[in-house]
Write a protein that binds this ligand. Sequence first.
Ligand code: SF4
Length: 488
Amino acid sequence: MVSLYTNQPAFFADIADELRLFLAMEEIVPAEACGASCADAVSVVLEEDGGLWRARAEVRLCGQRAVSTYERPAVTGDALAEKRCRKRAVKIAAFRAMRAATGLELPWGSLTGIRPTRLLRELIAREGAVEAMRMMREEFDVSEEKLSLAAEIVGVQMPILHGQRKEDVDVYIGIPFCASRCLYCSFASAVRTEKTDMASYLAALERDIAHGAEIVRDTGHTVRSMYLGGGTPTVLTAEELRRLLDFALSAYGGFGVELTVEAGRPDTITQEKLNVLRAAGAGRVSINPQSMNERTLRLIGRSHTPEEIKTAFHMAREAGFASINMDVIAGLPGETVDDMRHTLDEIVRLAPDNLTVHTLALKRSSRLVERLGEYPLPEADVAEAMVTTGAEAAHALGMRPYYMYRQKYMRGNLENVGYALPGKECVYNIDMMEDTTSIMAHGAGAMTKCIYDAERRVERIPNPKDIATYIAKIDRLAEEKRRLYEIR
Ligand code: SF4
């Protein structure tokens, strides 16, 4: 347990996130709640002194003591900018003191709670490219390697983001059901069994879609892309998929520039379902192995073999999908760099159009975290070598990185990166990760977003994760979404 004192209580959670970069799952409690019983303690104080803000962090950790001070000119006049800069100052001081106390170098420096590519793009727009790169390097302590990854992604995204119009909206449709539950899963996704009342869920989903399409039409928005995600949408039967897509496409009058379906688990994919998706106009599909090692697939609770992955991939090509994504995870239990290399060799042979390299994140609600001691997890440096292997495979396939995001509790504080062949980038993934386009989202657990450009503000309405609550709330959710979209 580590105690945290700050005279900036509004930023307690942000400072705690900085500490967690170094402390993993360790509990962080307010100093007042801990008293003298915590030997490990952090104090972060921000003071104003003659037009300067001075943030001072002191860390006592496992017998080590370190202090760091960060100064910057005070910001006044713009409340939002003032809050942002205060927060940044205390986070930087806390990060640097923790780094000194632990001796750990982290590739993304003090960045938490913001997508590095979004920050870099905003800094470039405000300060120019040279100053933006300097700030990432010197203020946020981002490594050269990660900075060039973020800069490459920002460059690849530029023409796609420039193609956006103010009235654009992306449509998300969620199927929170799967064939079985993966060991590391933290999503609110249920296993579809014979007892699952899918008819009730799909009927509610159609009502949700009908409301959303009406709001989009009434408020003068147009659909830029559509994404059917999960869970695993292909747990639906071919007939259920056909009906759902027909309904959504007729309600919205089309899918814009791109319709993606996350087929996900190969054991749920059939030629008939793929043909239904193609007939609806889907051009991009995800077939996700995570690993091509049979032992690992069994261990993580995925009820399919590497051979089934290859079969599903070939079926998707046969159905006419010109854009196929494959997801892999670095840092899976029991895996070595050689295991990861084997997975990627197999994928390179299949030659997909997109490759997404995830790093395992330890989420509290997963079975993996509940039974952590039972599973041998690769060390952070091994996870990093795996991520590098993933990047090499993507480059060997002629792909460029085009979006990335980080999550809490990732092995080695690394990142998830999506790679694509030039011209095969998924528009929805970019819009969603960069918070540049509003999203009308349908389904239990899905998140509707509204972007207010002028203030760089994002408002969100989460649909309830619990299926029964979601079904009961459809009409109320529609009212909330309408209010959000009408004031945009
Ligand atoms: S396929 Fe995805 S959503 Fe389904 S259980 Fe596995 S991780 Fe969770």
